[in-house]
Design a protein around this ligand. Structure first.
Ligand SMILES: [Zn+2]
Length: 410
């Protein structure tokens, strides 16, 4: 067997993923893991090693986007799902994975879709260059819910099988087992209407507590998490009382839903960068975007920052997720938009960095990444400048290491 590659990395500064900074640090990577971390002089360096000097750079744990969809779509036209061949969409998704990794995001969680189930294996085995991917596979929702395709006949939606429609707790249990059988890393449910689905309303609750409970029970007994798309406060409450582990979006939170999330330690993935996307789309609609979608976006714009601020102030645990899936303004590689949006809407930059690293890893249930500590997996990102004072630095990526392998170094 060949000797493990050993790197000694010398950035100007280091952020550990939990809130601590080290000036003039040394990080020693051996093989797939971080072997040692400390200040210069305090770490013993064993020859031979490869020196990586990163002047003017802050080193961070590999960044995490807790909410994306590998769809291979490139426009807002709802019919694209039918008109673009599946194989082409898969190839585009492979390109998206590479873009994400180059931008410093070494872990992505795909919150609904079938492509990611295979793409995660392709990036893990090295067939496709990309981040670590956690995939939910087919999302579960009620008939007419957010992952139903409202313009198609119901039988056609069931036949296509992009999602599983369930209307009682027993169907939910069966769906959860089917999804786990496909190799899902977690389960995605939809407990409210949404923006991208034609005939529902993001404020309306979907599914029942009993239905959600049957899903969370199945997931938790095999050590997996459940994430719920929940935009209105009622949908958030159903999800939390049903036992989910994270609330995705939460655009219309009220005091009670915030209190519930906090009390039960449920993560909040606000997908806040969509405020900026929605604003741009409403002002200047891109081709193919339907009128109903613009109306719903307009409705959400003013509520999203308010819900985010109130949950942040209340101390709800927050993780970064973009909900990007491929079309313009929501394309892969721009995942830093989310921590940047969080700071723009009132979050302390250090908290935004934690949301994109240590917190996001905890939200995903990953103990080996999200922090720079001895024994953790060597997922590392170098950015020019100091993101603690200028969060926009997250766009200036010059170094990316995934599992001890350098994938970008400028
Ligand atoms: Zn989503």
């Amino acid at each position: 067997m060949s000797r493990l590659e050993r790197y000694v990395i010398l950035p100007d500064r280091l952020f550990d993923g939990r809130g601590r900074f080290i000036n003039n640090p040394v990080v020693v990577v051996e093989g797939r893991y971080i072997y040692d971390v400390g200040t210069r002089g305090s770490v013993e360096l064993r020859e031979p090693y490869k020196l990586v000097e990163l002047r003017g750079v802050t080193l961070l744990p590999g960044l995490i986007d807790a909410h994306v969809h590998f769809t291979g779509l490139r426009s807002y036209n709802p019919a694209e799902v039918l008109t673009v061949p599946y194989e082409l969409r898969v190839l585009r998704a492979a390109q998206d994975a590479q873009k994400a990794l180059y931008s410093g995001f070494t872990t992505l969680r795909d919150c609904g879709g079938t492509i990611a189930l295979s793409l995660k294996r392709a990036t893990a085995e090295g067939t496709v260059l990309g981040p670590r991917i956690l995939a939910s596979g087919k999302p579960i929702c009620q008939t007419g819910g957010h992952c139903d395709i409202h313009y198609l006949p119901l039988e056609e939606v069931k036949k296509r099988g992009n999602s599983i429609l369930c209307d009682d707790p027993w169907e939910c249990r069966k769906a959860a087992r089917a999804v786990l059988r496909e190799g899902a890393d977690f389960i995605k449910v939809m407990t409210s209407g949404g923006v991208g689905s034609e005939k529902d309303d993001p404020r309306h609750p979907h599914m029942s507590i009993a239905e959600v409970k049957f899903i969370t029970m199945e997931a938790h007994r095999v050590g997996k998490k459940v994430a719920s798309h929940a935009q209105g406060a009622e949908g958030v409450k159903i999800a939390v009382l049903g036992g989910v582990d994270s609330i995705e979006h939460g655009y219309f939170l009220d005091e009670e839903s915030i209190e519930l999330m906090k009390e039960r330690g449920v993560y909040y993935v606000p997908t806040l960068c969509l405020v900026e996307v929605y604003k741009k789309m409403v002002e200047n609609p891109p081709p193919g975007v339907p009128e109903w979608r613009l109306r719903k976006q307009e409705l959400c714009i003013e509520h999203m920052p308010r819900s985010f601020r109130e949950a942040y102030r209340a101390g709800v645990k927050i993780a970064t997720g973009t909900d990007y899936y491929g079309p313009p303004m929501r394309s892969f590689g721009n995942h830093a938009d989310e921590p940047i949006a969080m700071v723009r809407y009132g979050m302390d930059p250090v908290d935004a960095l934690i949301a994109a690293t240590g917190n996001a890893a905890e939200c995903l249930g990953l103990e080996e990444v999200g922090v720079i500590e001895r024994g953790k997996v060597a997922d590392l990102v170098g950015v020019v400048g100091d993101p603690a004072t200028d969060i926009e630095c997250l766009r200036k990526v010059v170094f990316v290491m995934k599992e001890g392998v350098i994938v970008r170094h400028e």
